[in-house]
Ligand binder design. Structure first.
Ligand SMILES: NC(=O)C1=CN([C@@H]2O[C@H](COP(=O)(O)OP(=O)(O)OC[C@H]3O[C@@H](n4cnc5c(N)ncnc54)[C@H](O)[C@@H]3O)[C@@H](O)[C@H]2O)C=CC1
Ligand SMILES: O=C(O)[C@@H]1CCC=N1
Length: 268
């Protein structure tokens, strides 16, 4: 019989993660089972990917190999309580700002727990995924899971104390980048381009820039210098951004997200 993977919470991240894993056909090796307390959400993803779902957690008969906890931080305690019957599963929590100690308290002693901080890129195999294992996840399982998780994008182990920073920079990152892209698209419309064409140009520009930087593995300042002709259009545009404090605003945005990650449970 196939081992199973239970996904608890089929919202934005639970569904992105499931789609990302299925893109690499992990549903051929593992039996996926989806659960959301709002049943239509589980049904929708299950139908889309041809997976199973349960309407009630008690319908899960055999102990899952892996349980993803993809619920909001303020929902995680009650979600954990509803899973107390699974004593041998490996739990993977995606919740921002919820640490290993809290997870152990909610799940009970003796559970192998992985804290994961993914981002939306996992849906297309281009995510950033930080992992922290507690001591009960054994070496064999770690090796197996690295193989599975690597389908999601760039995966790396991180210390727990880094998680709030990772949450702010790469976890929230796609949201901030999307705002920048939308502003670029609006800028195109403002100078006379139709939004569809503007958006296509902007997305491809972002993709090309990110791919260039990744491939060359160099500092973005070097790319910027290559695009800026002396006295040309690019440096004129950059000067205007700098006069408005563009870098400071971006840095402030990430710092604020970092602060929020530290108090995520308290303020929800
Ligand atoms: N959205 C994102 O880009 C990222 C989210 N995360 C983390 O992932 C987690 C989920 O976030 P989202 O998917 O954005 O939230 P969401 O609100 O879209 O999804 C949460 C889902 O969990 C369900 N749910 C709540 N309590 C439940 C329970 N006890 N049993 C079963 N289902 C339950 C809700 O009905 C909802 O569908 C959060 O903890 C968040 O911090 C981490 C990185 C990025
Ligand atoms: O906004 C949030 O709280 C979650 C965590 C990182 C991205 N989304």
């Amino acid at each position: 019989m196939k081992q199973s993977i239970l996904v608890v919470g089929c919202g934005n991240m639970g569904s992105a993660l499931t789609r990302g894993l299925c893109l690499d056909k992990w549903h051929n090796k593992y039996e996926f089972c989806l659960y959301d307390k709002v049943l239509p959400k589980a049904i929708q993803i299950a139908n889309e990917l041809d997976l199973s779902y349960v309407a009630d957690i008690n319908e899960v008969k055999s102990e899952p190999y892996l349980i993803f906890l993809a619920v909001k931080p303020n929902q995680i305690e009650s979600a954990c309580q509803s899973l107390s019957q699974f004593r041998n599963s490996i739990f993977v929590s995606l919740a921002a700002g919820v640490n290993q100690e809290q997870l152990q308290k909610y799940l009970g002693e003796g559970r192998p727990i992985i804290r994961m901080m993914p981002n939306l890129g996992v849906e297309v195999g281009e995510g950033v995924v930080a992992l922290h294992y507690n001591s009960l996840v054994n070496e064999e399982n770690r090796e197996d899971l690295l193989f599975v998780f690597s389908s999601l994008g760039w995966i790396f182990e991180a210390e727990e104390k880094e998680f709030d920073q990772i949450t702010a920079l790469s976890g929230s990152g796609p949201g901030l980048v999307a705002v920048f892209l939308e502003a670029m698209m609006d800028a195109g419309v403002n100078i006379g381009l139709p939004w569809e064409k503007s958006l296509k140009m902007v997305v491809q520009t972002m993709l090309g820039t990110a791919t260039w930087l990744k491939k060359k593995n160099c500092h973005p300042g070097l790319l910027k210098n290559m695009v800026c002709s002396p006295g040309g259009t690019t440096i004129a545009g950059i000067k205007r951004l700098e006069l408005s404090g563009f870098r400071g605003i971006v840095m402030d945005g990430i710092e604020t997200a970092n602060r929020r990650a530290k108090n995520n449970m308290a303020e929800e």
